[in-house]
Design a protein around this ligand. Structure first.
Ligand SMILES: C[S@@+](CC[C@H](N)C(=O)[O-])C[C@H]1O[C@@H](n2cnc3c(N)ncnc32)[C@H](O)[C@@H]1O
Length: 265
């Protein structure tokens, strides 16, 4: 039987170093807040909030914001970020599969590259829709499998440990048909939009080193191969450099993603 609490404990450790990327996901946050249509006075929750980039951006437009994430280190950083920026946002440690909010509470439920990492996609989406008011908006950003970050996750999975059974693949959240199915009959007016941001790096190898250091799923594969099979690590690094090179221009790696928006019935 799949041990989901062990999976969550591992996820917490894996994401603990993600703060290094907050300035780049911070570039995507205004796109999601605009695409969702958040306005002054709206009640917004950001789930899988990381260091709070979407939460803080929603607060900038005058929304009343609550946010949560599984990883304590990121929530600590989110609290610091909201204090620095002068916004009062309630941050909590919480699993998107078990949100600590009442039914029908929020006008907007947002997630930027967050809920896609929950191991049980069906539970995550039903929790997000549960806390959304009827007529409210769910909007999220995800990485499709055919674009850079999705391809990186697929490459990482190829070299990494076999995932336990019963785990949803994060990149399935980047497939339009899968998203429509998961949102199902509980929503109307499902719309999609693609956007991109540039991740500053002096070369593809510079970007790879950042990923190895700060993106937990990549760090885990590097550690595993360093011990088990250093020649395979060389192959993994080589494949990453080639892939990153495809998206490298003007000293940045271009990361494109998909945004989804729907209204709860
Ligand atoms: C790629 S980061 C994105 C963080 C942030 N939303 C941003 O855009 O910078 C993925 C986030 O998902 C969180 N996460 C992973 N599994 C989760 C779960 N089951 N419940 C809540 N958050 C989760 C991680 O802790 C991490 O903060």
């Amino acid at each position: 039987m799949t041990d989901y609490s062990a999976i969550k404990a591992n996820a917490k450790k894996m994401w603990a170093t993600f703060a290094a990327f907050e300035t780049v996901t911070g570039l995507a946050a205004p796109e999601l807040v605009k695409f969702a249509g958040v306005q002054k006075g709206d009640y917004v929750v950001d789930v899988g909030c990381g260091t709070g980039v979407v939460a803080i951006t929603a607060a900038q437009v005058g929304a009343k914001v609550t946010a949560s994430d599984l990883t304590p280190e990121l929530i600590a950083r989110a609290k610091e970020n909201s204090m620095i920026s002068g916004f009062e946002i309630e941050f909590q440690i919480a699993d998107v599969e078990q949100l600590p909010y009442d039914n029908d509470k929020f006008d907007f439920v947002l997630s930027q590259f967050g809920h896609m990492f929950a191991p049980r996609a069906d539970i995550a989406i039903s929790e997000m829709l549960r806390v959304l008011k009827p007529g409210g908006v769910i909007a999220f950003s995800t990485w499709p499998p055919e674009l850079l970050t999705g391809r990186l996750f697929i490459l990482t999975a190829k070299y990494g440990a076999q995932p336990p059974t019963g785990i949803s693949s994060p990149v399935d959240w980047g497939k339009i048909e899968v998203i429509k199915n998961r949102l199902g009959e509980k929503v109307k007016h499902v719309t999609f939009h693609r956007a991109q941001y540039g991740n500053p790096a002096m070369s593809p190898a510079h970007m790879r080193i950042l990923l190895e250091r700060y993106i937990g799923p990549v760090s885990a594969v590097v550690k595993k191969l360093q011990i088990e099979d250093p020649s395979k690590l060389t192959l993994f690094r080589g494949e990453m450099d080639v892939l990153l090179g495809e998206y490298f221009e003007n000293n940045a790696v271009i990361q494109s993603y998909l945004m989804t928006r729907a209204i709860k019935l």
